[in-house]
Design a protein around this ligand. Sequence first.
Ligand code: FEO
Length: 405
Amino acid sequence: MMYEKEEIEVNGFIPITDDVYYVGVNDRDTQLFENMWPLPKGVTYNSYVIKDEKNVLVDTVKVSKIALFLQKLRGLLDGGTIDYLVINHMEPDHSGAIQEIIQNYPDVKIVGNSKTFDFLKGFYGIEDNLYEVKDGDELNLGKHTLTFYLTPMVHWPETMMTYDQNDKILFAGDAFGGFGSLDGGVFDDEVNIEYYENEIRRYYSNIVGKFGPMVQKALKKLEGLDIGVVASTHGPVWRSNPQRIISSYDRWSRYEAEPGVVIVFGSMYGNTEKMADYVARKLAEYGVKNVRMLSSSTTHDSYIINEIWKYKGVMFGSATYNVGLFPPMESLIKNLSHKGIKNRVFGVFGTYGWSGGGVKTIMEYVEEHKWPMVADPVEVKLTPSEEHYAKLDELARKMADSIQE
Ligand code: FEO
């Protein structure tokens, strides 16, 4: 069935191919994703409909957006029903509207794997009308045939991806998606893709980054597929250049880095920041063009981790607080250590007043995670002197050499 342009605009569903539609929603209300990660640019919950002899809904949306979502579905289905609901991922930003879908379309069969159904029962008490699939299983809808690929830990254990053989669309769950609402443009060729890529890397590094080896496994599994469209659960739909986001995912999940240095500092009275500024200046003199200096006091960890995912060199500079690490620095370093970051080189410096603690605590993290250091840490009582500046110069030179190797 073809729709009038006006009908599409009013109801807000957007054709991807003749039979496949985008029915996702924007969320510009939620401040923190997972109640942790800032959303200054909003976020989308993407959902898709395949219209065939059997109609399929792929993933749902956060429950707070149910009214808009149902309006889109009703407009698109025009009295028709949903035969199958494919659940690629059970995190509530996508599974939140399942109960309402069942209430509105009571005969719908829920397609997932055995792990999906554990979550479905645990979160929502749903145990009926289940259609279990295993890795590589197919489901024929009439004209379209779907293949299911289990891709555990991208981002949860039950995660899977669904491939439409007819239209060559990969419904990818969280993979390849990012923060940022879709403000008019929905497809990669309708938007300035660089605006979104930074937020996709922030999503990847903070939400999925810990599972790099599992992302690599998933990419291997998908290797032979002819992918014409990447349809993630967040962010733009990649129809013009899906290979671009697939290669970025490959690089990020192999922890590949560009030459550049991120200096993260925690400074109470400006002395540690003074050391950071000196190191930054020296790095520039030694030819490092990408120096990103971020205050742990004023920058959310997610933005710092995003920069660290991009660049090879990482420098921590911290004041001491209560014989330990300055708390915002501790939060950042602990958060980073959960992400399993690899293939980086590190430098450490800091200050103390009457007893050490800041640098010592950073070094405990460095040793625990075997992060390679370019030089010994530089620790200063109160303010740096000439002798300390010489050591910081040496630290910057060694860092510059290491990242340009
Ligand atoms: Fe977009 Fe893992 O949820």
